[in-house]
Design a protein around this ligand. Structure first.
Ligand code: ADP
Ligand code: MG
Length: 435
C-alpha cells in the first residue's frame, strides 16, 4: 500500500461510511507526481474536489504528516487536469497549488457591466502577448474573478505552447528562499526570467516585504525588457497598496490597470447557471434567482453553496427545491456571518480608514468621522441582525429615527458618490469573505 492509500484508509476510520463511499472512495493518489513534500489526489469531478477541499483537506494533510513523517502540501484536483497537460511546456512549481485550472477559461467566464473592462483587457492581452498592455494589472474584491481571468489568459498561452508561470507572492518568496539556501540562484533566475508569461496573483502581499520586492523588481525588468507578458492581480489599485517601493508601484501602472466590480444580479444569475452546467447540477429558475439575490457579491460563496446543495441532496437522497435551498443558505449565511458583530465591523472599518473605533461611535462631526460612521452603520445594518434601536444605541444616536434618517442619507450617497459606493462594497466583500 502506498502512502496515499494509507492516508485514505486512515481517513476511512474517522468518517462515516456514507461519506467515505460518496467521496473519499473516489480519490486516487498519484504516486509518480507526489513526493515527500507534495501529495496529489485526483477526484472525478469538480464538486467532489470542492467538497473534499472544504471538509477533509486539513485531515488529509494531518494524516499525511503523521503517516509519512514529513509535512506535505496536499493538492486535490481533477483527474484530467494533469494528464491533459503532460505533453505541454508548463513550469510546475511543486509547492501549493500552482497549476492552472483548465475550467478557468474565457468561455466559462460570464461577462457583465461589472467585469467587462477587465475581461476585455485580459482577452486582448491573451491575443497579443507582450504587445498591448504590459503589465496588465487587475484589481478588485475577493471572489470577483481575478484569478479566473488571469488563468484564462494563462490557459490560452499554454495551449500555444508558451511557458507559463502562475504563482502567488508567497510561492515566489518560498522559491526564492529555497534557491538562496541551496545556492542555486541562477536556476531561480533562469526559471522566472526566461519564461514567456508570468502571472502573479495577489501582489498586495508584496507589501512590506522588501527583500522579495527587490528580487521581483529585477524579474519584472528582465521580462518586460524581453517583451514577455506579465499579468498581476491585487485586491486594490497599485497606488493604494502600502509598503510598496515607488519604482514597483509605478511599474505596475505602466501598462493598464483594470478593475473588477461586484457582479450585478444579471451577471450573478449567468454565473450560477454556468456553474450548474459545468458541475452538472440541475436547479430551477426560481432557485437560481433566489441564490443570486441572497448572495451579495462573492462568487466563491455561490460555488460553496452549489457544492453544498449538491452534496446534501446526494447524501440525503432528496431533490433540490426552493425550501431545501433556503435552509442550506440560511446555514451557510449564518455560519459565515455569525462572527460578524457590530464590534467586529466597526473595528474593521476603523482599521481600514485609519481612525479609532471609539471615534466612529462618538458624536464627532469631523468629515472623516462622519464618513467612517456612515460606512460602519450601513454595513452593520446589512450584515447583522441588529434592529434600528440597537444600532442607534451602539452608535450613540438618539433613537431609531435618527438611524433611519442616516440610512436614507447613506443610500443617497451610494447612488451619487461612486467612491463611497466602491468603499462600501470593498469592505463588505472583505468582511464576508474572510470568515
Ligand atoms: P478572486 O481571484 O477575484 O478572489 P476567483 O477568480 O478565484 O476570485 O473567483 C472565485 C470563483 O468565482 C471562481 O471559481 C471563479 O470561477 C468564479 N467566478 C468569478 N467571477 C466569475 C464570472 N464572471 N463568471 C464565471 N465564474 C466566475
Ligand atoms: Mg484570487
Amino acid at each position: 500500500m502506498n502512502i496515499g492509500q494509507k492516508v485514505l484508509e486512515a481517513l476511512k476510520e474517522e468518517i462515516t461510511e456514507v461519506e467515505y463511499k460518496r467521496y473519499i472512495r473516489h480519490l486516487t493518489y498519484d504516486v509518480k507526481k507526489s513526493s515527500a513534500s507534495f501529495a496529489i489526489f485526483y477526484a472525478p469531478n469538480a464538486l467532489v474536489v470542492n467538497w473534499i477541499k472544504n471538509k477533509y483537506s486539513e485531515k488529509i494533510s494531518h494524516l499525511f504528516e503523521v503517516l509519512s513523517g514529513s509535512k506535505a502540501s496536499v493538492e486535490i484536483t481533477l483527474k484530467n487536469i494533469i494528464e491533459k497537460r503532460k505533453s505541454k511546456k508548463v513550469v510546475e512549481i511543486k509547492q501549493g497549488s500552482s497549476l492552472l485550472n483548465p475550467s478557468h477559461s474565457f468561455n466559462n467566464f460570464m461577462v457583465g457591466g461589472s467585469n467587462q473592462f477587465a475581461y476585455a483587457a485580459v482577452k486582448s492581452v491573451s491575443e497579443n502577448a507582450g504587445k498591448v498592455y504590459n503589465p496588465l494589472f487587475i484589481y478588485g474584491g475577493v471572489g470577483l474573478g481575478k484569478t479566473h481571468l488571469m488563468q484564462a489568459a494563462g490557459n490560452v498561452f499554454q495551449d500555444e505552447g508558451k511557458t507559463v508561470i502562475y504563482t502567488s507572492v508567497e510561492q515566489f518568496l518560498n522559491d526564492f528562499i529555497r534557491h538562496v539556501r541551496n545556492k542555486t540562484m541562477e536556476r531561480f533566475q533562469e526559471k522566472y526570467r526566461k519564461c514567456d508569461v508570468l502571472l502573479i496573483d495577489d501582489v498586495q502581499f508584496l507589501s512590506g516585504k522588501e527583500g522579495i520586492q527587490e528580487e521581483f523588481f529585477h524579474t519584472f525588468e528582465a521580462l518586460k525588457g524581453a517583451g514577455k507578458q506579465i499579468i498581476l492581480t491585487a485586491d486594490k489599485h497599485p497606488k493604494k497598496i502600502g509598503g510598496l517601493e515607488k519604482r514597483l508601484q509605478s511599474r505596475f501602472e505602466w501598462g493598464l490597470v483594470a478593475d473588477i466590480q461586484p457582479p450585478e444580479l444579471e451577471t450573478k444569475i449567468a454565473i450560477i447557471e454556468k456553474k450548474c452546467e459545468i458541475n452538472r447540477v440541475k436547479l430551477s429558475k426560481d432557485i437560481v434567482n433566489y441564490i443570486a439575490t441572497v448572495i451579495e457579491s462573492n462568487v466563491r460563496e455561490i460555488e460553496g453553496i452549489l457544492s453544498k446543495l449538491h452534496a446534501y441532496s446526494q447524501l440525503m437522497n432528496i431533490d433540490i427545491d426552493l425550501e431545501f435551498t433556503k435552509n442550506i443558505l440560511k446555514d451557510q449565511i449564518r455560519e459565515s456571518r455569525e462572527n460578524l458583530t457590530m464590534d467586529v465591523i466597526t473595528q474593521f472599518v476603523a482599521k481600514d480608514l485609519n481612525i479609532k473605533p471609539s471615534e466612529i461611535r462618538s458624536k464627532g462631526r469631523s468629515k472623516n468621522i462622519v464618513y467612517s460612521r456612515r460606512i460602519s452603520i450601513y454595513i452593520c445594518r446589512e450584515l447583522t441582525q441588529n434592529t434600528m434601536p440597537q444600532l442607534a444605541q451602539y452608535f450613540g444616536m438618539k433613537d431609531h429615527t435618527a438611524i433611519s434618517h442616516t440610512l436614507r442619507k447613506i443610500n443617497e450617497l451610494i447612488q451619487n458618490d461612486e467612491d463611497f459606493k466602491v468603499k462600501i462594497s470593498e469592505l463588505t466583500n472583505k468582511l464576508t469573505s474572510s470568515s
